[in-house]
Design a protein around this ligand. Structure first.
Ligand SMILES: O=C(O)c1ccccc1N[C@@H]1O[C@H](COP(=O)(O)O)[C@@H](O)[C@H]1O
Length: 224
């Protein structure tokens, strides 16, 4: 089965169009000034209009205040909020009540202990996203292009819905899916030729690799 596929950090119509043509179920826009993928909400809204209804529009923010979120929700009209900072469960409840949007809550993972941090968010976050811990010299909480040890997720309760993220690319996505069986994947750097510069050929290659990996997957219940 094909996982949900989110292409994140989009900034051009060419990349948005190609991602959705190839089968992206989610497209992500980054609202974080220090990121090379940062985009103004009005420009993101115009890009999102190209694919609205064909892919879920995801607004990625990091500890954004309500004024900033108001502007993003107003101009982008996202389907989903992705919170990639230290937002508390209470903050998620408040934002869900305010905007009526589903929330993906991101967590950085290195070891099994890190998974304990999701517990207070179960039943509040609509989906989790597991990313690698950023290097100590990085200003970005995500989008660093580095994977974590996916074996950590072996201890995760199978009923937890999550997207796998962090350094995914055409060369490691088959192994990542084989190890985790993730129902959703999220890629940014892995389809870029330089930080913040999406490459449509790399988007093509990534989708081709996911399709190959999904075709190889054993069919549950099959006797063959
Ligand atoms: O991509 C960014 O610049 C970014 C900035 C701030 C918060 C989150 C960000 N990106 C998220 O991180 C994942 C993993 O990225 P990568 O594939 O390792 O480059 C990305 O998909 C975004 O959801």
């Amino acid at each position: 089965m094909m996982p949900d596929i989110k292409i994140c950090g989009l900034k051009t119509s060419e990349a948005v169009d190609r991602a959705v043509e190839r089968g992206a179920t989610h497209v992500g826009f980054i609202f974080f000034e220090k990121s090379p993928r940062n985009i103004e909400p009005d420009i993101a809204g115009t890009l999102a209009d190209r694919v609205r209804g064909r892919a879920k529009i995801v607004a990625v923010t990091v500890d954004a205040d309500t004024d900033e979120l108001d502007e993003i929700v107003d101009l982008l009209k996202p389907d989903i909020l992705q919170l990639h900072g230290k937002e508390s469960p209470e903050r998620l409840l408040m934002l869900k009540a305010l905007y009526g949007l589903p929330i993906i809550k991101a967590f950085s993972i290195r070891e099994p202990e890190d998974l304990k941090r999701i517990e207070p968010y179960i039943g509040i976050a609509d989906r989790f996203l597991f990313d690698a811990k950023p290097p100590s010299d990085s200003e970005l909480p995500g989008g660093n292009g580095i994977p974590f040890d996916w074996r950590v997720l072996r201890t995760l309760d199978g009923s937890i819905d999550y997207m796998l993220s962090g350094g995914l690319n055409k060369d490691n996505i088959a192994a990542a899916l084989r190890e985790t069986g993730a129902h959703g994947i999220d890629v940014s750097s892995g389809v870029e030729s330089a930080p913040g510069v999406k490459d449509v050929a790399m988007i093509d290659e990534f989708f081709a690799a996911v399709k190959r990996a999904s075709a190889l997957e054993p069919v549950s219940g099959s006797t063959k």
